[in-house]
Design a protein around this ligand. Structure first.
Ligand SMILES: Nc1nc2c(ncn2[C@@H]2O[C@H](COP(=O)(O)OP(=O)(O)O)[C@@H](O)[C@H]2O)c(=O)[nH]1
Ligand SMILES: [Mg+2]
Length: 679
């Protein structure tokens, strides 16, 4: 058994913008807790968390890394996450494994894009949040100004729990033993503000406080946890991961104030299919049956597949037999590991709150739920909302004969990364991610780790087709070929659905005019059209098909006949329902020097785009957000590079689909016709 119990566990994700110092801070915390003899450095590539060869080369984190250590009477599981927008998939998955999101802010840069996003995402997931202001040792930092900015952006509930002192060389505690001088503002006031914020969640305590003017730290514990859970308090700590200021104090805050697994908001699990799913709550009870969630997959060339999971309920032992989601066949755990960066440390049991891993179980996929009772199948955790990757590249192999290998490698990469997608459209293999940096990393990894050489080119734009009016469709399929004939007749109606609703098939046949055993055949025929629409050959969406009448023949009616009739009746209806082509519109976030702002904005408007906001978090740089049709972004990376002398970068994600302008539709239709004619 582990040497600690669930109540002693703290699970914390270090999140926030790239270069805030998360990896360095993880190093400082490990060192302070006595888990490593000396802190390593990101620059030298000697940290516990940035252990991947590509991370050492890029000199920043690309994937989440997990460490654990003991402090006071607690056991802390810490997840270090990458902060660049291109690698957000790996930061978001960490949020599913922890009670606390610790948002690290770079004191030199102030609030940055990912800072804001993470504050919001963590809140939406119901996590307890804290803010860690790092780099207080750096030159030209304005800490009082930053604290004011934090409170303005994220609310008055952001209150300092310690304050910089001695010229940013250390911190003074404002909660447990509020005494001493800080570099700015009063320790006593900070203490009072914290206590007053906390007692607000408990009326009785509030009365007591008003009477006595003070409340003991013990009495404050439970309401403190509640305030964290309710988002009514976001403690702010100051540190320097470089000179160690505030690191010991931060460890104490983790141990004494951050929630244990019973004190946080447990993420909801759901049991059952989509609309009928009922919410169930896991209880952090080691005696109940097992519920664990796989939040991270790593495919290591030497170790094979590693699945990192968070235990939410029950105890997992080496000899446990676990089921994977719906799977009927359990696997035996065998070896159970705690992770320390790249090291795997064998352990014999994990309790609720533990973050651990198993290796070599190929059936486990990202987001799988592990459990130990046959009837607990069909359980999933509230899904993490990942950005939909839209930065796509079509791949071409440099060597013939590598096809099989390429497909295996892409499969492995996709298994690890929730924001990396592989699609095969026509004879093209298209990979997509969040941005240029993301794609470069993937291509690098393909080449260096897997030795697959590919060339890339811009892919086909994933246009869609839909209809804009209701219409009727009919087809009678009749064939007399020598012996048995084929007969099937279908009447249907189609209706446009709201954008993004996909496809609905409704059986409204009365009196068995189409016998029920043939309806799947009709649906199959209709679905054949969905994959390639009639006007430009793109996927159809946002349409409801209602089959309401037809005819059959007792001898000649066959499945093939109804497949054909369904397909043709649907095509018939589409052409009468004012079909249109839709194009993907993406949210874009461009990071560039302020001086290039005008050029970039002009360029985006010329691309039929719209700018919705600009933000200047880092001096001299701006973040421009807006929307642009994806089709206008071919080669945008190269263009942005030339406009910004190499300093600009951007990420995109799918926003929604919109009708294309008429001339584009014409062009796409005639291209499609040409291809069809050639065939
Ligand atoms: N001056 C100063 N630099 C720091 C501090 N913490 C980290 N850094 C530097 O900031 C850079 C980014 O650090 P890193 O840990 O990779 O940031 P991450 O992207 O948030 O993981 C590195 O060059 C670190 O040496 C700090 O407390 N003070
Ligand atoms: Mg890092």
């Amino acid at each position: 058994m582990p040497k600690y119990v669930t109540d002693a566990i703290r699970t914390i994700a270090l999140v926030g913008h790239g270069a805030a110092g998360k990896t360095t801070l993880a190093e400082a915390l490990l060192h302070q807790a006595g888990a490593i003899p000396a802190p390593g450095s990101v620059e030298k590539g000697t940290t516990v968390c940035d252990f991947d060869p590509l991370e050492k080369e890029f000199k920043h984190s690309l994937a989440s890394a997990i460490v654990n250590f003991a402090h006071l009477d607690t056991h802390i599981h810490l997840i270090d996450t990458p902060g660049y927008p291109d690698f957000l998939g790996q930061s978001l998955n960490a949020l599913a494994a922890v009670e606390t999101a610790a948002v690290v802010i770079n004191a030199q840069n102030g609030l940055e894009m990912v800072t804001q996003r993470m504050m919001q995402w963590a809140r939406e997931r119901g996590l307890c949040r804290m803010i860690i202001v790092n780099k207080i040792d750096a030159e030209n930092v304005d800490l009082p100004g930053l604290l004011a900015n934090i409170r303005e952006a994220f609310g008055k509930e952001c209150l300092p729990i310690n304050l910089p002192a001695g010229g940013n060389q250390k911190v003074v505690d404002c909660f447990f033993n509020p005494s001493g001088e800080s570099d700015f503002s009063s320790v006593e006031n900070a203490h009072r503000a914290l206590v007053e914020q906390v007692v607000e969640v408990d009326e009785k305590l509030m009365e007591l406080y008003l009477e006595q003017g003070e409340i003991s730290a013990e009495q404050l514990h439970a309401p403190f946890e509640q305030a964290l859970r309710d988002g009514h308090l976001v403690p702010v700590c100051f540190v320097s991961a470089r000179n160690g200021a505030g690191v010991a104090e931060l460890l104490d805050v983790f141990a004494k104030l951050m929630p244990n697994p019973a004190e946080g908001n447990p993420p909801p699990f759901y049991k059952g299919e989509a609309a009928n799913a009922v919410e169930i709550r896991a209880e952090p009870d080691p005696k109940k049956h097992v519920l664990a969630h796989v939040f991270k997959i790593v495919i290591d060339p030497f170790v094979g597949k590693l699945a990192a999971f968070r235990v939410f309920q029950g105890t997992i032992r080496r000899d446990s037999q676990l089921f994977i989601g719906d799977g009927r066949k359990p696997f035996k755990v065998g070896h159970l590991f705690l992770l320390q960066g790249k090291e795997h440390v064998e352990t014999d049991a994990c309790v609720p709150g533990d973050i651990a891993a198993v290796t070599k179980v190929d059936e486990i996929e990202l987001d799988a739920v592990l459990h130990d009772t046959r009837d607990e199948d069909n359980i999933h955790l509230k899904p993490v909302q990942y950005p939909v990757p839209m930065h796509a590249l079509a791949l071409e192999l440099k060597r013939r004969g590598d096809e099989q290998r390429l497909s295996e490698v892409l499969h492995k990469l996709a298994a690890e990364d929730p924001c990396f997608r592989v699609d095969h459209s026509g004879n093209e293999t298209v990979i997509s991610g969040l941005g240029d940096l993301h794609m470069r990393y993937i291509l690098d990894k393909m080449q260096k780790q897997y030795h697959v050489e590919v060339a890339t080119k811009p892919p086909r734009i994933p246009y869609r087709e839909t209809v804009t009016a209701k219409a009727e469709g009919h087809h009678r399929h009749k064939k007399q070929t020598g012996g048995a004939g084929q007969f099937g007749e279908v009447y249907l109606r189609i209706e446009p659905l709201a954008r993004g609703k996909g496809f609905e098939f409704v059986d409204a046949v009365k009196g068995g005019t189409i016998p029920s055993q043939f309806l799947p055949a009709v649906e199959k025929g209709v679905r054949e059209v969905l994959t390639a629409g009639p006007i430009a050959g793109y996927q159809m969406q946002d349409v409801r098909v209602i089959v309401y009448d037809g005819k059959h023949h007792p001898v000649d009616s066959k499945e093939v006949a109804f497949v054909a009739a369904g397909k043709k009746a649907f095509l018939d209806a589409i052409l009468k329902a004012r079909p249109i082509v839709l194009e993907p519109i993406v949210n874009i976030e461009i990071n560039a020097p302020e001086a290039n702002m005008g050029d970039i904005a002009g360029d985006i408007s010329a691309k039929r785009g719209q700018i919705s906001g600009t933000q200047s978090a880092v001096a001299g740089m701006v973040t421009i957000t807006g929307r642009v049709p994806l089709s206008e972004l071919n080669n945008y990376q190269a263009r942005l590079k030339s406009v910004t002398a190499g300093q600009g970068s951007y990420v995109i994600e799918l926003s929604h689909y919109e009708p294309v302008p008429a001339h584009v539709q014409q062009q796409l239709t005639s291209q499609h016709k040409q291809v069809e004619d050639e065939q």
